[in-house]
Design a protein around this ligand. Structure first.
Ligand code: HEM
Length: 249
C-alpha cells in the first residue's frame, strides 16, 4: 500500500508544480503609427519565475509584463523565453507587431478617387481625377452645393494652386477669404500625371472658420466630388463631371 501511495503522490505533485513552463503571451495594441507604445502580458503556464522578452527591434526586457515603445515603422517578431527550475520554453510570434503610418480610407466614384484619414485634429486628403483641369471636394453641403466646405485645386507646371472655398448658393462657390472666412488649408501638394491630376492637403476637422463645416471623427457626411474640363486651370469653369458620396470620417 505504502509502496503504491508514494509514487502516486509524487506524480500528483509533479503534475501540479513540478513542470517546465509553457510560454504564452499577448499584447495591445498590435498595430499603429510610430511611436507605438505596446503593453505585453505574460500568460505562460506552469509558473515561470524568469522572463526574457525580445521585442524584435534590438531591445529586450526581463520584466514579466513589460511596456515597450517602437520608434520606427516595420513589422516585428516578438520572442518570450520563460524558465523555472524545471526548464525553459520559448515562443516566437512572427510579425506580431506592425508599426506603420496611419492608413487612408478610400472611395472611388465617377473616375474620382478620394482618400482620407484623421490625424489628431486634422483631416488629410488625397484627391485624384482624370483631368488636367481643376479637381475638388465639398464637405457637408446643405442643399446641392450650398454651404459645402469646398477645396479646389489644379496644377500648372510645377505650381500647385489649392483654394479653400464654400458653397455660397446651390450652384456657386467663392473663396472663404472673400467673405468672413480665411484659408485653412495646410501642406498642399499636387501633380499632373499622364492620367489626371492628384492633389493632397490637410484641413482642420474644425477650423472655427464660419465658412468651413465643422467635421467630427466617426460621423458620416455627404461629400461632393467634381472635376473641370482639361483646360480649366482656374476655379470658375463649371464641372465636366460631378458626383457625391457618403463617407465616414
Ligand atoms: C466652378 C463653378 C461651378 C459651377 C458653375 C457649378 C454649377 C452647378 C450647377 C448649375 C449644378 C446643378 C446641376 C447641374 O446643372 O449640373 C451643380 C451641382 C453640383 N455641383 Fe457644382 N458647380 C461648380 C463647382 C462645383 C465644385 C467645385 C464642385 C466640387 C465638388 C461641385 C459639385 C457639384 C455637385 C456634386 C453637384 C450636384 C449636387 C446635388 O445635386 O447633390 N460643383 N453645380
Amino acid at each position: 500500500m505504502k509502496k503504491l501511495l508514494i509514487p502516486a503522490l509524487a506524480a500528483l505533485i509533479a503534475g501540479c508544480a513540478s513542470k517546465v513552463p509553457e510560454a504564452a503571451f499577448g499584447a495591445a495594441p498590435l498595430e499603429g503609427p510610430p511611436p507605438l507604445t505596446v503593453v505585453f502580458a505574460d500568460s505562460s503556464a506552469n509558473s515561470p519565475d524568469t522572463w526574457l522578452w525580445d521585442f524584435g527591434d534590438g531591445d529586450t526586457s526581463s520584466i514579466q509584463n513589460p511596456t515597450h515603445v517602437y520608434d520606427s515603422t516595420g513589422s516585428y517578431d516578438v520572442t518570450l523565453i520563460v524558465a523555472n527550475s524545471f526548464g525553459a520554453d520559448t515562443l516566437t510570434r512572427a510579425s506580431y507587431i506592425t508599426v506603420g503610418e496611419l492608413g487612408y480610407e478610400k472611395v472611388e466614384a465617377s473616375g474620382i478617387t478620394l482618400e482620407w484619414r484623421v490625424d489628431g485634429t486634422n483631416l488629410d486628403i488625397r484627391l485624384f481625377a482624370p483631368t488636367r483641369g481643376w479637381v475638388a471636394v465639398g464637405f457637408d453641403p446643405t442643399t446641392s452645393m450650398k454651404d459645402a466646405n469646398f477645396i479646389i485645386g489644379y496644377v500648372q507646371g510645377s505650381d500647385v494652386f489649392i483654394s479653400d472655398q464654400y458653397g455660397n448658393s446651390n450652384f456657386s462657390h467663392e473663396p472663404d477669404a472673400d467673405a468672413q472666412g480665411s484659408n485653412n488649408i495646410t501642406s498642399k501638394q499636387g501633380q499632373e500625371t499622364g492620367t489626371g491630376t492628384r492633389i493632397s492637403f490637410t484641413i482642420p476637422l474644425d477650423s472655427g472658420d464660419p465658412r468651413d463645416r465643422a467635421l467630427v471623427a466617426g460621423q458620416t457626411y455627404k461629400v461632393l466630388l467634381a472635376y473641370g474640363p482639361d483646360n480649366a486651370d482656374e476655379f470658375t469653369t463649371k464641372h465636366a463631371t460631378k458626383t457625391s458620396v457618403n463617407i465616414k470620417i
